[in-house]
Design a protein around this ligand. Structure first.
Ligand code: FE
Length: 234
């Protein structure tokens, strides 16, 4: 499958010695260097109708064009003229997560990051079952793919109210987890591999209140296992 996301260009440069492959480099939010627009809305990595019928053009239009954009716009308002305007997005998230008085900053920063990562987690050519190193890791940590997929479904369906389901690595071990509202694994020292948005705005137009149908369809038809594998620590 072609790497249509352009994600390799978005990676930071490997800092290690020769022999470290690009696949081992860490994925970071693409920052804009132009003054006055520190955090830009990253481009959607496919056409707005590319995920249909699992996720419709109408949903993407609102979700990316209105919701994601609103988080980024609000974040830029909040950081303007502050030391945060000079920080990578991941650092803004980690710093504001420690400070309850910065909850608006944390929420908008984390949602800006989470949605970017969610769009990259989906792929019109995705779904099916992973292979390679990710498949071996799933077998090691979950036994088989069905157990892993069921754990991810349960996390996504069981998240009470707005939030996210995630595939993460925790000290190398593959885990499934969920977060509430804007909360994000990168505020907890975990390495995200895949994100699944379970806020109602992610599925209500297409599935009404049937979150389990949205979750199953995205896992079976859209999740980009190759993206997940590229995010795995060596
Ligand atoms: Fe969302």
């Amino acid at each position: 499958m072609a790497d249509h996301t352009g994600i390799r260009e978005q990676r930071s440069q490997p800092s290690g010695a020769a022999g470290k492959s690009a696949a081992q480099a860490k994925l970071t939010f693409p920052m804009k260097s132009a003054p006055g627009a520190h955090i830009a809305l990253p481009p959607l990595p496919y056409a707005e109708d590319a995920l249909a019928p699992v996720v419709s053009r109408e949903t993407i239009g609102y979700h990316y064009g209105k919701h994601h954009k609103a988080y980024v716009d609000k974040l830029n308002q909040l950081i303007e003229g502050t030391p945060y305007a000079e920080m990578p997005l991941e650092q803004i998230i980690r710093d504001s997560a420690k400070d309850p008085s910065r909850s608006a900053l944390f929420n908008n920063a984390a949602q800006s990051w989470n949605h970017w990562f969610y769009w990259l987690s989906l792929n019109p050519a995705g779904g099916g079952k992973p292979g390679g190193a990710l498949a071996r890791r799933i077998a090691q940590d979950f036994g088989d793919f069905e157990s892993f997929a069921n754990a991810l479904k349960e996390a996504a369906i069981g998240q009470f109210g707005s939030g996210w389901a995630w595939v993460v690595q925790d000290k190398g071990k593959l885990k499934v987890t969920k977060t509430s509202n804007a909360d994000t694994p990168i505020a907890h020292g975990l390495t995200p591999l895949l994100a699944l948005d379970v806020w109602e705005h992610a599925y209500y137009v297409d599935y009404r209140s049937r979150r389990p149908d949205y979750v199953a369809a995205v896992i079976e038809r859209l999740l980009d296992w190759e993206f997940a594998e590229r995010n795995m620590a060596a």
